[in-house]
Design a protein. Structure first.
Length: 61
């Protein structure tokens, strides 16, 4: 709970009470981007599997 108040204080009043490390933020962005790329690749594979004749009636595609 204390962290929440400190974080709000930092966001509302600009006080630097919670240290934010630039390297950590960059690493998290990198991980998020990799995960997004992985999810997009999985979605492409699912779409390809849906359109490969697996279903009898593909006329609506």
């Amino acid at each position: 709970m204390l962290f929440g108040f400190r974080f709000l204080k930092q966001m509302l009043f600009g006080e630097n009470t919670v240290k934010i490390h630039e390297e950590t933020a960059a690493r998290r962005m990198e991980i998020a981007e990799k995960k997004l790329q992985q999810l997009e690749a999985e979605a492409r594979e699912r779409r390809a599997a849906d359109g490969d004749g697996m279903y009898d009636d593909e006329s609506w595609l």
